[in-house]
Design a binder for this molecule. Structure first.
Ligand code: 13P
Length: 247
């Protein structure tokens, strides 16, 4: 099974979310594309709306872009895993590089959030990735495996865990598209260490309709985590088609 999903990051309105969800729901009316598990991670403000439009039986899983480790309490500005589940989330994205860089996310907070997500029966989507200078120095495998080891410390059952390897140098505007040879060593290491214990290991960072097939051909890659190229529903549907062909 290939997992193919998108985070909308901090983009869109309720109107654009409704439009995306309506068109996605109609396109996947007959069920998920063969061999592919789709997922969408809207902004938290749009989650319940997207959930309502897609319906509880939708093949599309939904997620949040972050959640706190505590179940409730005086944590102004945060949302908890139970609140995310209440609004329709089955996935919790944790540790995206933008959160690590700008919102003080650390390996320790990531570990607590992974544990909280599993405790409530949701799936953590653990994001890891190295900066450009680490890549240039040949340190990618050590950096990424250390992040994953720290994030999963003390967690025995990894069966519901998804890992997304997203090198920072590949993400977003100004990011460089990875070639297969750029990422194959990290995937070999993640596959060897975690491949048979986690649900899937995804690649993210400037994935688009032109490079998705090449990326999915890298040994150990069992999914794609996409930003910009899936922010229009037609772009996302094309990526699902590419993944079905690769599955
Ligand atoms: P882009 O696909 O826009 O580079 O973003 C990747 C990402 O960060 C997904 O969370």
């Amino acid at each position: 099974m290939l997992w193919v999903g998108t985070s909308w990051k901090m983009n869109g309105t309720l109107a654009s979310a409704r439009d995306y969800a309506t068109r996605l729901g109609a396109a996947l009316d007959a069920g998920a594309p063969a061999g592919v598990q789709p997922f969408i991670i809207p902004p938290a403000t749009a989650l319940a709306t997207v959930h309502q439009i897609l319906g509880a039986d939708s093949p599309v899983l939904l997620g949040v872009q972050n959640a706190h480790w505590a179940d409730a309490g005086a944590w102004t500005g945060e949302i908890s895993v139970p609140q995310a589940a209440d609004a329709g989330a089955q996935l919790v994205e944790i540790g995206h590089s933008e959160r690590r860089e700008f919102f003080a996310e650390t390996d320790q907070t990531v570990n607590r959030k992974v544990a909280a997500t599993l405790r409530h029966g949701l799936r953590p989507l653990l994001c890891v990735g190295e900066p450009a200078e680490v890549f240039a120095a040949g340190g990618s495998v050590a950096h990424v495996t250390a992040q994953v080891d720290a994030a999963l410390q003390g967690i025995d059952d990894l069966g519901r865990v998804l890992i997304a390897y997203e090198p920072i140098w590949a993400i977003g505007e100004g990011g460089r598209e990875a070639r297969g040879e750029d990422i194959e060593a990290v995937f070999a290491a993640l596959d060897a260490g975690y491949g048979d214990r986690v649900e899937a290991i995804l690649y993210g960072g400037s994935v688009n309709q032109g490079n998705a097939a090449e990326t999915l051909a890298v040994p150990g890659v069992t999914g794609l985590f996409v930003g910009r190229a899936a922010w229009q529903v037609d772009g996302y549907l094309e990526l699902l088609r590419i993944a079905t062909a690769a599955a």
